[in-house]
Design a protein around this ligand. Structure first.
Ligand code: F0G
Length: 452
């Protein structure tokens, strides 16, 4: 068995390749200037290794490409819908299943149908679009991470957990105002850290006792299931689908961006056990996404999603996936770049605040490091710090790994880029904003570096 070897190989071989741009330093410098020093504003053709996100950037398998040809494009009741519905029902066990074009569409439908102004949604940590959709409905998005989540050097497992005593306290004081409790798996905003089954069970019990609905934001359910199997006592002999099924059954429903663990370029899921909410979702679907059996997608997209959701729980794939992230993190630490510990499931988060102590949070050390990675080697990451969240406690740079796309040599190259940056860290400059939009400023703000 290959599991007995020290080297964990990519459990696939490559059938189609895509050239990546190789640019020289002056070209990168010019591109960054033109983009207002915002990596979101670069053309993808100006990027050599694109670690901006793991969302919609994965490589589909030959089975998925083959499934694409089986798409039934009927307006209503297409065969592809039933194929999709069966796959999601097997995964989650939920009764009512809706396809949507991506995760935020599911969040929007949920927020618009069940939230009233002033109500509270509690989450281990809201992803930014989840928060924005809740706030758009006039409700309050409350984050309840554990205190370990912000300790970047604390390498204990399951730092994505929710603070259960804080949830109990909230429900003791404001039960009637809490419309929904959510758990984000894995907890993206705090480093792609998983949530333990123990925490899922406790949150579920607290919600059931208080009769408060409980949903999962399950974009990275498969990576979360892998961490439970490998690090939580009692699950070593469980199959990954059994672990995932148990996670979903502890909640009343879920939103899923299938662009992550579902390994599709576009697609998502909204599902629930509740008949009353399903009726509300169905009406809202028609206003925005489309008829409930296609939901803003083509039949072929439903086919690829069905296959992707199944492939996501393959043990060989997840072993390789999580090992790649750990390998990347170890390499960065070895050359002197501190990363959030322990490594999560989809990205490495560099602690830019600790790495660049001479740049204060208000001058965006994560952004300074993001620009350095691009200028040095054409590597694109994303700042997750006070540029993205103005009151952020952490100043991070996220380097997210698309699924099944880059090889170990690509990762070694990025580590070498990091090594060069380490040698000149004290010379890196902070940034100031030149122009910013009224909200979600990190996507389009223009910036410039401070000259010493
Ligand atoms: N929930 C989580 C935890 C996410 O990470 C994302 C997207 C969404 C919901 C929204 O899904 O993009 O399909 O609408 N995260 C991407 C990222 C964009 O880069 O982390 P979507």
């Amino acid at each position: 068995m290959t599991q007995d070897f020290r080297t964990i190989i990519e459990p696939f071989r490559i059938k189609a390749v895509e050239s990546i741009p190789m640019l020289d330093g002056p070209t990168r410098y010019e591109a960054l200037q033109r983009a207002g020093h915002n990596l979101f504003c670069l053309r993808a053709e100006e990027v050599t290794i694109d670690l901006l996100t793991d969302s919609g950037t994965g490589a589909m398998s030959s089975r998925q490409w083959a499934a694409l040809m089986l798409g039934d494009e009927s307006y209503a009741g297409s065969r592809s819908f039933f194929r999709f519905e069966t796959a999601v029902r097997q995964l989650t066990g939920y009764a009512h299943i809706f396809p949507v074009h991506q995760g935020r569409a599911a969040e929007r439908i949920l927020a618009r149908t069940i939230l009233k102004p002033g109500q509270i949604v509690a989450n281990n940590t809201h992803f930014d679009t989840t928060r924005a959709n809740i706030e758009q409905a006039g409700a309050i998005a409350l984050d309840l991470p554990t205190s370990r989540a912000s300790q970047t050097r604390d390498a204990t497992r399951f730092k994505g957990d929710m603070d259960v005593p804080a949830l109990e306290e909230l429900l003791a004081q404001k039960k009637t105002e809490v419309a929904l409790v959510m758990l984000t798996l894995t907890n993206n905003a705090v480093g792609g850290q998983p949530v333990s089954m123990d925490n899922l069970e406790k949150v579920s019990q607290v919600c059931r006792r208080a009769s408060v609905p409980f949903f999962l934001d399950a974009a990275r359910f498969a990576e979360n299931a892998w961490f439970i199997r490998t690090h939580e006592p009692g699950y070593q002999d469980w199959t990954l689908p059994a672990i995932a099924h148990k996670m979903f059954r502890l909640a009343d429903g879920c939103t899923i961006s299938a662009k992550k663990d579902g390994i599709v370029h576009i697609g998502g899921v909204l599902a629930t056990q509740r008949q009353d909410w399903a009726d509300l979702f169905r009406c809202e679907m028609i206003l925005g996404e489309g008829f409930p059996t296609y939901g803003g997608l083509a039949g072929r997209d439903l086919e690829t999603m069905a296959v992707g959701l199944e492939e996501s729980l393959d043990a060989d794939y997840l072993r390789y996936r999580v090992r790649s992230i750990a390998y990347f993190a170890e390499g960065l630490e070895k050359v002197g770049m501190p990363v959030v510990q322990p490594p999560g499931g989809h990205a490495v988060f560099v602690d830019a605040g600790a790495f660049l102590p001479h740049i204060p949070a208000r001058q965006f050390p994560g952004q300074a490091l993001a620009a350095a990675f691009y200028l040095e080697g054409g590597v694109r990451g994303v700042e997750v710090g006070s540029l993205m969240f103005p009151d952020s406690r952490l100043q991070l740079l996220r380097l997210a790994l698309p699924r099944r796309v880059y090889t170990q040599a690509h990762i070694d190259y990025v580590i070498e880029v990091a090594e060069r940056i380490v040698a000149k860290a004290s010379l890196l400059k902070g940034y100031q904003i030149v122009h910013e939009p009224p909200f979600l400023r990190h996507f389009s703000a223009t910036m410039q570096p401070f000259e010493s």
